[in-house]
Design a protein around this ligand. Structure first.
Ligand code: 13P
Length: 249
C-alpha cells in the first residue's frame, strides 16, 4: 500500500506574507491520510518549517547544486536545504531542464547529493508536445528514468513525478488512459531496474494542471500515487480539496 502524496510546487512564488496560506491549509486539511508537502522558494524554507510545526505539512526544496559546498556563487546545496528543515526536494523539473539546460546526468548527480543529505528526491520526467505527437513519449520517459535516477533507489529516497511539459500551466491534461499508460510504464521500469519490492513501493505522482476539479478522476488512475501541483497549490482553498481528494482515493 503506497501512501498518497499531495505535493505543492510553489516555483517562483511566495513571500513572507504568504505563510498565512500554510496556516490556513493546516486548518482546512486536519489530519489527512495523504502525505502533504509544500516546496516553497528557498528563501521561505526555514520559516515555513516553523509555521508548519505541529501540522502534517512537510516542507521541501525545488532544486540544489550537486556539490555539497565550494565556489558556486548563488547556489545552495542539498545539505543546506536539509539543514533548513526540508525533507523532500524536487529535482529535474522540466522548467529547470529547459531554463538551465539540466541534463539527465546533472539530475542524477543532484539526486545522489540529495540522498546523501537524507532528503527524498522527487525526480521529474515528462515529454514535450512534439515528442508526444511523434509517438516518442515512452522512449523519452524511459531515457529520463534511466539517466536521472541513480542506482540503489528505495521508496524512502525516491518519488517519481510524471509531468507532461505541455500540460504544465496550460489547463491541458492528457486523457486518463494516456496518464495510466505512462504511469504503468514507469512502474514497470522501476520494477525491472530496482526489483519488484522497491519498484512497487516507489510512489509515482502526476503533475500538470491538476486542480480541485480533475484530481478525483486522475487520482483513481492505476499507479497514480499523488500529485505534484503548481498553480493550484498556491492558495490553501485550492490545495486543501486536492489533499482531501487524494486522501480518499
Ligand atoms: P501546474 O499545476 O501549474 O500546471 O504546474 C505543474 C508543475 O509543474 C508542478 O511541478
Amino acid at each position: 500500500m503506497r501512501t498518497k502524496l499531495a505535493a505543492g510546487n510553489w516555483k517562483l512564488n511566495g513571500l513572507m506574507s504568504d505563510l498565512t496560506e500554510i496556516e490556513q491549509l493546516a486548518s482546512l486539511i486536519g489530519s489527512p491520510s495523504a502525505e502533504v508537502l509544500i516546496c516553497p522558494p528557498a528563501t521561505l524554507i526555514g520559516t515555513m518549517v516553523q509555521t508548519a510545526k505541529g501540522s502534517p505539512i512537510k516542507i521541501g526544496a525545488q532544486n540544489c547544486h550537486h556539490a555539497q559546498n565550494g565556489a558556486h556563487t548563488g547556489d545552495i546545496s542539498a545539505e543546506m536545504v536539509a539543514d533548513a528543515g526540508a525533507s523532500y526536494i524536487i529535482l529535474g523539473h522540466s522548467e529547470r531542464r529547459a531554463d538551465y539546460g539540466e541534463t539527465n546526468a546533472c539530475v542524477r548527480d543532484k539526486t545522489k547529493s540529495a540522498w546523501a543529505a537524507g532528503l527524498t528526491a522527487i525526480v521529474c520526467v515528462g515529454e514535450t508536445l512534439d515528442q508526444r505527437k511523434s509517438s516518442n513519449t515512452l522512449d523519452i520517459i524511459g531515457g529520463q528514468l534511466a539517466g536521472s535516477i541513480p542506482d540503489l533507489a528505495t521508496a524512502e529516497k525516491l518519488v517519481v513525478a510524471y509531468e507532461p511539459v505541455w500540460a504544465i500551466g496550460t489547463g491541458l491534461t492528457p486523457t486518463l488512459d494516456e496518464i495510466g499508460e505512462v504511469h504503468d510504464f514507469i512502474r514497470a521500469r522501476l520494477e525491472r531496474r530496482f526489483g519488484e519490492g522497491v519498484g512497487r513501493s516507489v510512489r509515482i505522482l502526476y503533475g500538470g494542471s491538476m486542480n480541485p476539479k480533475n484530481v478525483d478522476e486522475i487520482a483513481h488512475v492505476s499507479n497514480v500515487d499523488g500529485g505534484l501541483v503548481g498553480g493550484a497549490s498556491l492558495k490553501a482553498v485550492d490545495f486543501a480539496p486536492i489533499v482531501l481528494a487524494l486522501s480518499k482515493a
